[in-house]
Design a protein. Structure first.
Length: 158
């Protein structure tokens, strides 16, 4: 999940800079034409990390079972924690005093749309991995069971 999260977040960062006309080596410091784009890129990175952590939080609820069998809305504390995390993130991104403290910039709806699927991608990747593990284990157990049954049958005939 970490590699997927890192790729998503870096993609959001680079997309934001490139969309503003940045090229590698261009200055982005205070007073440069790309400084606002840099602030937006670092903000989308922060928001992307938060979004990926939401996907990770749902994925971490169980080791083997699908989240659908556990229930998405069954852990109220997790849901309250995510609500607080989203509210705090929105405050850091959109409240001017916090923007100044944290060095963030307001994101556009289009930028938020880039980050919105991150939790689903992270959780979905983990869900696919669990499915593969469950089916691999089921196949292994079925093969083992068949082997043991055949062995017992051959021993009882002897």
């Amino acid at each position: 999940m970490g590699t997927i999260s890192a790729a998503l977040v870096m993609g959001g960062f680079l997309f934001t800079l490139w969309h503003a006309g940045w090229s590698p080596g261009d200055p982005t410091g205070s007073g440069t034409p790309l400084h606002q784009a840099y602030l937006e890129a670092t903000t989308i990175t922060f928001v992307g990390i938060v979004a990926c952590q939401i996907g990770t939080a749902f994925a971490a609820r169980t080791d083997r079972a699908s989240l659908f069998t556990v229930g998405i809305f069954t852990n109220r504390l997790l849901l309250w924690g995510i609500a607080f995390e989203l509210a705090f993130t929105a405050a850091v991104v959109y409240a001017p005093p916090l923007q100044h403290i944290f060095g963030t910039a307001a994101l556009s709806p289009a930028q938020l749309a880039i980050v919105a699927p991150f939790p689903l991608i992270v959780w979905g990747a983990d869900e696919v991995l669990r499915w593969v593990r469950r089916h691999r284990d089921a196949t292994r157990n079925a093969t083992l069971s068949t082997s043991v049954t055949s062995r017992l049958t051959s021993l009882s005939k002897a």
